[in-house]
Design a protein around this ligand. Structure first.
Ligand code: ADP
Ligand code: ASP
Ligand code: MG
Length: 469
């Protein structure tokens, strides 16, 4: 069995859905399980609808919902209209789902407040609709797709908006819902991003979570491979939207890919890797617009033995909290007191640097920030700096070549650095810069590491003599 997951742009319109179905059909003998995202942009629209409802802007809610309904009707018209009973069945589902979320949105508007549970119910319909449409479109072409409700497969805890799977329950559920279909040579099709709690409430796995669904399902059925079909050729040395000359990475290790995902390479959801690692299942990132490209394979071994820089990721919207106190000098227990406050407020930190009298951390969300500062103030002087950005250079055994560090810092000449951290795992060198300097910093580091070839990097990339090194 393999899992084939299509992202939003890969199912953005009728032509793309048709192309995605070709991809599934060509892999039929590998017993695919299909996981689809919502049509491109639909989840953003659903989030906007909940915001509009909270602001009691009913006209905007109605406009968004009717646009979503119209878009799905249009795509269905192109894909399944010839078979009236499919078209009719899809429209019935569409109208039922739309009516249901309309009722919820009206409730939100009445209260002027949205609970995470209600929000999940609303945003989940993007994947519910796209997966039903995908299954009908397969059947239209006599490919035996069978829709499976993802809520009957992915069982989660009740952290609405950011739920985690309960793997034992999910394995049981998958063996009841998915495996019997595979045995009958059918192709299960389910929406990504969605799960259900043990007591029956709809949950979502966090934005970009359809990758995570693919890995959860792949792990639950012990698939042989998890394929993430997207709109780029694979994982690249940097986001190609930022660096058009970014290069494809053929093979990368789980740890490197997870680190890149965590630090902003949204081609894979940060949590995707975990269920796959557990079962040692390779994850392959592939391009729906360029099926011939071999893509990137993520495995536990990765691409090479001796490491070096593989890629650069960029995470925006970072806040630095700097805590300074003379009481830190030679004292023990000081850090424990500071971090107890972070724990009490459930604020998690990404990077930490310390000096004799101060400690700085980065936060990637502002949740509880004011309260955090208020509680830290009796213990230390607190300075908060926002609009920061983490530029992370990732690769196993990153600094094995002293030239790497020299090149990075040389490339950053003229860019003020707010923080700098080299993980002891040797996997990640992170530099925090002001957001306005971030793109420039990434371009020059990328140029220094991947465009002007260092001898060791050239060797790893299988290239000949170094150019301009
Ligand atoms: P999907 O809708 O298929 O899930 P996403 O938009 O979530 O697609 O992820 C694909 C996007 O990730 C690409 O279009 C690209 O801009 C971005 N991206 C960020 N970092 C990288 C990287 N290192 N390699 C490839 N793509 C990246
Ligand atoms: N549709 C969801 C989102 O946009 C999940 C996904 O596409 O992976 O976040
Ligand atoms: Mg994605």
């Amino acid at each position: 069995m393999i899992v084939i997951k299509f992202g939003g742009t890969s199912v953005g319109d009728a032509n793309r859905v048709a192309n995605a179905i070709d991809i599934v059909a060509e892999r039929r003998e590998r017993k695919p399980i299909v996981v689809v995202s919502a049509l491109a942009g639909v989840t953003n629209e659903l989030v906007a609808a909940t915001e509009a409802a909270r602001a009691c802007d009913i006209d905007r809610v109605n406009a968004i919902i009717s646009a979503i309904r119209q878009r799905h009707e249009d795509v269905a018209m192109q894909l399944v209209q010839q078979k009236f009973d499919f078209f009719d069945a899809f429209l019935k589902q569409l109208h039922k789902q739309i009516d249901q979320i309309h009722t919820i949105l009206k409730g939100i508007a009445m209260l002027g407040e949205v609970t995470p549970r209600a929000k999940d119910k609303v945003v989940a319909i993007g994947e519910k609709l796209s997966s039903v449409l995908f299954a009908y479109s397969m059947m239209m072409r006599a490919i035996p797709g069978e829709h499976v409700d993802s809520e009957d497969v992915v069982i989660t805890d009740s952290r609405f908006g950011e739920a985690s799977p309960l793997m034992d329950e999910t394995r049981d559920a998958a063996s009841k819902t998915i495996l019997p279909l595979i045995e009958r040579n059918l192709i299960p099709v389910m929406g990504g991003f969605i799960g259900r709690t043990l007591d029956g409430a709809t949950t979502t796995l966090g934005r970009g979570g359809s990758d995570y669904s693919a890995a959860i399902v792949g792990a639950a059925v012990r698939a042989e491979e998890i394929q993430i079909w997207t709109d780029v050729d694979g994982m690249m040395t940097c986001d190609p939207r930022l660096i058009p000359s970014a290069r494809m990475i053929e093979r990368i290790s789980y740890v490197e890919a997870a680190e890149l995902a965590w630090f902003g390479a949204k081609v894979l959801h940060p949590k995707t890797i975990a269920p796959a690692v557990e079962q040692n299942i390779p994850v392959r990132v592939l391009n729906t617009h360029n099926v011939a490209s071999p893509g990137t394979v993520v495995t536990s071994e990765g691409g090479k033995d001796d490491g070096g820089p593989r890629a650069i990721a960029l995470k925006k919207g970072i806040t630095i909290v700097q805590m300074t106190s003379n009481k830190m000098l030679g004292a023990h227990g000081f850090l424990a007191r500071l971090f107890a406050i972070f724990e009490q407020l459930e604020v998690s930190v990404d990077l930490i640097t310390t000096s004799e009298v101060s400690v700085s951390v980065t936060l990637d969300e502002k949740h509880n920030l004011q309260e955090l500062v208020r509680r830290l103030q009796p213990v230390a002087d607190v300075d908060v700096r926002d609009n920061q950005c983490i530029v992370a250079v990732v690769g196993r055994n990153l600094m094995r070549d002293s030239g790497v560090g020299a090149r990075i810092f040389d490339a950053l000449q003229g860019v003020p650095i707010s923080m700098f951290s080299l993980g002891t795992s040797g996997l990640n060198l992170s530099i925090v810069v002001d957001e306005k300097d971030a793109d420039r910093a990434v371009r020059s580091i990328h140029e220094a590491l991947f465009e002007r070839v260092i001898p060791s990097v050239a060797r790893d990339l299988g290239e000949g003599a170094p150019r301009g090194a």
